[in-house]
Design a protein around this ligand. Structure first.
Ligand code: 5GP
Ligand code: MN
Ligand code: MN
Length: 324
């Protein structure tokens, strides 16, 4: 039986579902989990949606966002766990215990580095976003896309394509978006909230992060830091500032933008972005991370920012060299 048919059987025969995505959820995570929430509610199922920590404020317009729970409020067990936009199980962070509460794991993802950790794995690395995959999946499951679901899927797709401008945007992506607009969603307001609206504290945080910007390797690499102290000084949460790493990548002549973010003492989350030709996913994989060719990440422990910078620059220099 092909995976979509197995998924259909699961949806038809199971009753209680937990839905989750990766830690520090982005627009694709939030749109995907809440579209699945709406889908299952419309199917008359019992469903709990989980996020680690606070739900980022900018996604509160999505239907179901107020129902999202932290993992400590999970029930003893669920029939099935749906994991969306997650390349490997480690990315669940504090939500990891959910895997123990469910007999069946369904993995729906578009990361090329996906480890196929589910009992059912639907993985398409050609899809711009999980939202794009879910549009097809709901139709294949015979479900009509409601306005609530359309708002979630639009959020996923517009987020992971950087507003339809990254090279993962295809004519298929645009065809799906066109169908979503037929549901009369307020795409102007969603786009504005996701890309343009900032809080004052978010701007203060951006300014602190940008003040650390330095360039290397003939201006091909731009690196910035985000420390816990900056979060305290600005009063902002990270999502209030927008995709900070893009500021580094978007500088003229820069090929690789890097954001080194302090998570804990000597624990740093690295965000890597490339513009044209460097495969940053290969660099992230070296440190146990993953992602896409032009957007990837990993966590590095027990090193200082300076040490991390030195090792990353060596890797990036090699990748740049292989092309030049
Ligand atoms: P970001 O820099 O926005 O956190 O992540 C960029 C991309 O890489 C996203 O698609 C994200 O899911 C993926 N990614 C980030 N960190 C990790 C990681 O530690 N492991 C894996 N497998 N993927 C990651
Ligand atoms: Mn994501
Ligand atoms: Mn995604």
């Amino acid at each position: 039986m092909i995976d979509i048919e197995r998924l259909k059987l699961v949806i038809e025969t199971k009753n209680t579902f937990a839905v989750v995505s990766h830690t520090s959820p982005d627009g694709d995570s939030m749109g995907s989990i809440l579209s699945f929430y709406n889908f299952l509610i419309e199917k008359g199922k019992r469903v709990d949606v989980f996020v680690e920590g606070q739900v980022p404020r900018k996604y509160l317009y999505l239907n179901g966002a107020n129902e999202i729970k932290n993992v400590d409020l999970a029930q003893e067990s669920y029939d099935c766990l749906i994991v969306l936009d997650c390349g490997d199980l480690d990315r669940l962070g504090e939500c990891m215990p959910l895997t123990e509460k469910c007999d069946l794991i369904i993995n729906i993802d578009h990361h090329i580095t996906n480890t196929r950790f589910g009992n059912i794995n639907i993985v398409d690395s050609n899809a711009s976003s999980v939202g794009e995959m879910l549009y097809d999946i709901y139709l294949q499951l015979g479900h009509n896309i409601s306005k609530n679901i359309a708002e979630c899927l639009y959020t996923s797709i517009v987020s992971d394509t950087g507003g339809f401008k990254f090279s993962n945007t295809t004519s298929k992506t645009m065809n799906i978006v066109s169908k979503l607009l037929e549901k009369d969603i307020d795409f102007t307001s969603i786009y504005y909230r996701l890309f343009d609206q900032k809080t004052l504290n978010g701007i203060k945080l951006t300014s602190l992060v940008v003040s650390t910007l330095r360039t290397y390797l003939n201006g091909k690499v731009a690196i910035m830091n985000l420390t816990k102290e900056m979060l305290e000084l600005s009063g902002a949460t990270e999502d209030e500032a927008g995709e900070l790493v893009n500021i580094a990548r978007d500088i003229e002549n820069v090929e690789v933008g890097v954001l080194i973010k302090e998570i804990d003492k000597n624990v740093y989350k690295i965000s890597l972005r490339s513009k044209d030709y460097v495969d940053v996913k290969d660099i992230a994989l070296k440190y146990g991370g993953g992602g896409h060719v032009k957007a990837a990440g990993c966590t590095i422990k027990d090193k200082t920012i300076e040490q991390i910078e030195t090792i990353l620059l060596k890797d990036i220099e090699k990748s740049l060299g292989e092309v030049i």
